[in-house]
Design a protein around this ligand. Structure first.
Ligand code: ATP
Ligand code: HSE
Length: 331
């Protein structure tokens, strides 16, 4: 199946051609990365797959893997909601279809499962509507459902993303740019328990000190450099004062692990809203700073310890492209 392109799904006269099947692959993401609260995102090589087969008048949802015992299987399923949101935005009708979800991204752990569901659903909507995928608009539409743009930006664009929300009257909404991280990957330690983003956001204070805000602004700027050629700065550049410690009551073991790993010189952070802990490090066999920057070194994957009992350790690279869509056309 070819990746969905500018012509797919459209006849020469501009009429939409129905498709037999749409396939979507969407990456997990780690947001914040320490100091970049609601701003930074990293797309990771762990994926959910969606297969949509149009037909019939209703909607059927099948789920295997993560969330199979607890997500709804009707129109309230997050992917279905995102498909509807996308089709409405594109002015296209909602067809009947069967949606098959093969989920690998753990839910409620800080690896962007909800953003993957939303961005994946929007990509399906573009394919069903026969409209070329517009990744920047996907960020806008996904942010409307997710409420903050950091994870959705990385899921839509891949790589390392810097996201923000434009509040200008003319065209408000989520925006992002994508940078290419240099020789960096992530080790994720995923605990058994979930912490929903809503709960973790509820622990944040309404006001923070100028000192803490200034410290985070400086570290966030430094982290852009650390990820794009100065990996030896990762440890200091991932310091945060705005969210991680405030969330400690909901994830005490995660904060304890972050402190322990940082104490041994590793760039450990709470991934997204937690409780996953991620360490930014250099995949074995890769070197950073080849094209630009200092040529310095970060810790290597092999120097990052095994997971504590009861936690699962993932060695992840950076997904460079974000959501991918393939559509197979009828006739
Ligand atoms: N693939 C999916 N299909 C359907 N619903 C999903 C899917 N992924 C996530 N959800 C819904 O989103 C909830 C988790 O979202 P939440 O934002 O709390 O965590 P997260 O996205 O995994 O982590 P974070 O936003 O911190 O990276 C799940 O409990 C479920 O209701
Ligand atoms: N920036 C978000 C990421 C989780 O969705 C937060 O930390 O709440």
């Amino acid at each position: 199946m070819p990746e969905h392109d500018a012509q797919a799904g459209t006849e020469a006269d501009g009429r939409r051609r129905p498709c037999d099947q749409v396939r979507v692959r969407v990456p997990a993401t780690s947001a914040n990365l320490g100091p970049g609260f609601d701003t930074f995102g990293l797309a990771l090589t762990l994926y959910d797959d969606l297969v949509v087969t149009p037909g019939g008048s209703g909607i059927a949802v099948q789920v295997t893997g993560e969330g199979e015992n607890d997500v709804p299987l009707d129109e309230t399923h997050l992917v279905v909601r995102a498909i509807r949101h996308g089709l409405e935005a594109l002015g296209a009708p909602m067809p009947g279809f069967t949606l098959r979800c093969e989920n690998r991204i753990p839910h409620g752990r800080g690896l962007g499962s909800s953003s993957a569901a939303i961005v994946g659903g929007l990509a399906v909507a573009y394919a069903l509507a026969g409209v070329p995928l517009d990744r920047d608009r996907v960020v806008v539409l996904a942010n409307e459902l997710e409420g903050h743009p950091d994870n959705v930006a990385a899921a839509a664009l891949g790589g390392f993303t810097i996201a923000w929300t434009d509040s200008g009257a003319s065209n408000p909404g989520g925006r992002a740019i994508k940078l290419k991280p240099d020789g960096i990957g992530a080790i994720a330690y995923v605990p058994d328990n979930r912490v929903l983003t809503k709960e973790a956001r509820g622990l944040l204070p309404g006001v923070v000190s100028h000192t803490d805000a200034a410290a985070n602004a400086g570290k966030a700027a430094l982290l852009v450099a650390a990820l794009t050629g100065y990996p030896e700065l990762l440890l200091t550049a991932t310091e945060d004062r705005l969210h991680q410690e405030y969330r400690e009551p909901a994830m005490p073991e995660s904060l304890a692990l972050v402190h322990k790993l940082r104490g041994s010189g590793l760039a450990a952070i709470i991934s997204g809203a937690g409780p996953t802990v991620a360490v930014l490090a250099q995949p074995d066999g890769k070197t950073a700073g080849q094209s630009a920057g200092s040529g310095g070194r970060a810790a290597s994957f092999r120097s990052v310890p095994e997971a504590p009992d009861g936690w699962t350790r993932y060695e992840l690279g950076i997904d460079p492209v974000g959501v991918q869509v393939w559509s197979m056309e009828a006739g």
